[in-house]
Every structure is written in structure tokens, then in C-alpha cells.
Design a protein. Structure first.
Length: 134
């Protein structure tokens, strides 16, 4: 995926995120795409970031035996937040698209954070804000 490599470079050069973290988020983007394209239906758009789709993929990619793995879910939400900015900077999203996606990601993050905290998942304390690196 050429997009994931460019996304990693964007994170490093524009957002000043450490190289290893940028590569990690680029790999999460690849996993997101693979999951989105594995469904039987052909996607209508190249960038399907509806709230329902994001929630579905994040939950399926972070599923644990009884709950979800918080670190993976929060990492996905962080990646999606930055990916909206990346798409905007590349001209693939307008300002409204970027703000809508980031708002949806924030709502999903807040809901997951609240549920994880209520269930006393200690790793939740690391992710008190979104995005993590701003």
C-alpha cells in the first residue's frame, strides 16, 4: 500500500510522531483496509470512514474473549483521527469531511473509554485524550 507509506511519512514529518509509531499507525491503516475489503460487498468508495464502518472494524480488530483490547482499539481511533487530517492535507477530504470523521472517531473513543474505565481496565488510563500525541 503506497498510501500507508505516505501516511507514515506524513505522521513523521508533519505531526512529529516518532518513526516507529508512524510505522505502527501505517500498519493499522493497512489492517483497517484489509478488513474493509474482506467483506463480500464491493466498497462504494475508496475511503469508507462512516461511523458504523469504523466502529465495526475497530471492534472486530480489537476483539478479546469477553471484551476488547483497549490498547488496540485506542490505537485505531488515534490512527483514524490522524488519517482524517492526512486525507485533508492530500486534498481527498474537504474540511467538513475531516471534521465529521474526527467527530465520529471522538464519539467512538469517548464511548469506548467510558466503558473500559467503568469495567476497570487499567490500561485505559494511558489514553485519556484523543489524539494521543497533540
Amino acid at each position: 500500500f503506497g498510501i500507508s507509506e505516505n501516511f507514515a511519512r506524513y505522521l513523521k514529518e508533519v505531526k512529529n510522531i516518532e518513526f516507529i509509531s508512524a510505522i505502527y499507525y501505517a500498519k493499522l491503516y493497512e489492517k483497517y483496509c484489509q478488513s474493509a475489503f474482506e467483506e463480500k460487498k464491493k466498497p462504494k468508495t475508496l475511503f469508507d470512514f462512516t461511523k458504523k464502518k469504523m466502529e465495526s472494524i475497530v471492534v472486530s480488530m480489537s476483539k478479546d474473549m469477553f471484551w476488547i483490547k483497549s490498547v488496540i482499539a485506542f490505537s485505531f481511533y488515534n490512527m483514524l483521527h490522524y488519517f482524517a487530517e492526512y486525507l485533508f492535507s492530500c486534498g481527498n477530504f474537504d474540511k467538513n469531511d475531516k471534521e465529521k470523521m474526527q467527530s465520529d472517531v471522538k464519539e467512538l473513543f469517548d464511548l469506548t473509554y467510558k466503558l473500559q474505565k467503568e469495567n476497570k481496565h487499567i490500561e485505559t488510563e494511558v489514553y485519556e485524550k484523543l489524539p494521543l500525541f497533540d
